[in-house]
Design a protein around this ligand. Structure first.
Ligand SMILES: Nc1ncnc2c1ncn2[C@@H]1O[C@H](COP(=O)(O)OP(=O)(O)OP(=O)(O)O)[C@@H](O)[C@H]1O
Length: 267
């Protein structure tokens, strides 16, 4: 089993990702696709007059402050435009894909964090009304059912809280939890960069290999949102996933290239 997570930042070639996945799926590979949608969510939020608000925690992690209106915009993009766009591409390629969010069948579950500690203008504050959380539990029953019946699951945040409330969760870490739950041999985190760069944005500074036991020490090279990918990779390898690859989804055959060793390989 392979878990492929494709991001939602500018420059990602979804046609290339879907064509590669379709070829591998038809050749008999078992896989699940997880996707993001941050770029398009930012655009729609601006257009709807409710611009995105990013906050930084005291430990330096950046996240989207997700009030109820933001959550609804997030769902329009992640569960709507992005998810259906990917399912449509796969259907056109002859793959019977089924798009679901983590809320559907409670595939992704976690605790709802209503308040978040943030640093703004050098001061630490608490913001309330946040609809976020972290995936703590993956319910694989529905996924096994779909896979055994020949459907390719295409998953996206949000997740469900234990109370059944939709929560915005990080897609990379959700994919990592999924890969652990399914005992996947590989987790691919594909985005609009060649991998983890030692000197971002210098693409020539690509880090090719990271020993599994040392992955957390590479957090120092990751800025803002890349940190979550490194954290996800650490959680996946700790949970028994054979290897995690940060790969490039901008062109070519992104899945095959990453599985072939292009990008940053954590193992
Ligand atoms: N050291 C680094 N190496 C590579 N990229 C980095 C680094 N530090 C920060 N980044 C940034 O991280 C981004 C990738 O993370 P981001 O969460 O935006 O992607 P995504 O997975 O495509 O999006 P989504 O949240 O929609 O799933 C890159 O576009 C880059 O700007």
């Amino acid at each position: 089993m392979i878990v492929v997570k494709v991001g939602g930042s500018a420059g990602i070639d979804y046609d290339a990702v879907c064509a590669d996945i379709a070829g591998r799926w038809k050749a008999g590979e078992r896989l699940i696709l997880v996707h993001g949608g941050s770029g398009e969510t930012n655009r729609l939020a601006e257009a709807l007059g409710h611009p995105p608000r990013f906050v930084t925690s005291p430990s330096g992690y950046t996240s989207r402050f997700t009030d109820r209106q933001t959550l609804e915009i997030f769902e329009m993009v992640y569960c709507g435009k992005m998810n259906k766009g990917i399912v449509e591409r796969l259907q056109r390629l002859g793959v019977n894909a089924v798009g679901l969010s983590g809320l559907d069948g409670r595939i992704f579950e976690g605790r709802h964090k209503d308040s978040v500690r943030v640093v703004e203008d050098g001061k630490t504050k608490i913001l309330r009304g946040d609809h976020t959380g972290t995936v703590e539990k993956v319910n694989t029953g529905l996924l096994e059912l779909l896979l055994s019946a020949g459907y390719l699951p295409v998953l996206t945040p949000p997740a469900s809280s234990y109370e059944g409330v939709a929560i915005n969760v990080d897609g990379d870490r959700a994919a990592a939890a999924l890969a652990v739950a399914l005992k996947a041999e590989a987790l691919l985190l594909l985005s609009n960069v060649p991998g983890l760069l030692r000197h971002f944005p210098d693409e020539a500074s690509l880090i090719r290999e990271i020993p599994a036991a040392e992955v957390e020490s590479y957090l120092e090279f990751a800025q803002d949102r890349m940190k979550k990918k490194v954290l996800g990779a650490a959680e996946a390898v700790k949970g028994g996933v054979g290897r995690v690859i940060f790969g490039d989804a901008r062109a070519g055959q992104p899945v095959s290239a990453a599985l072939g060793g292009a990008g940053t390989v954590v193992s």
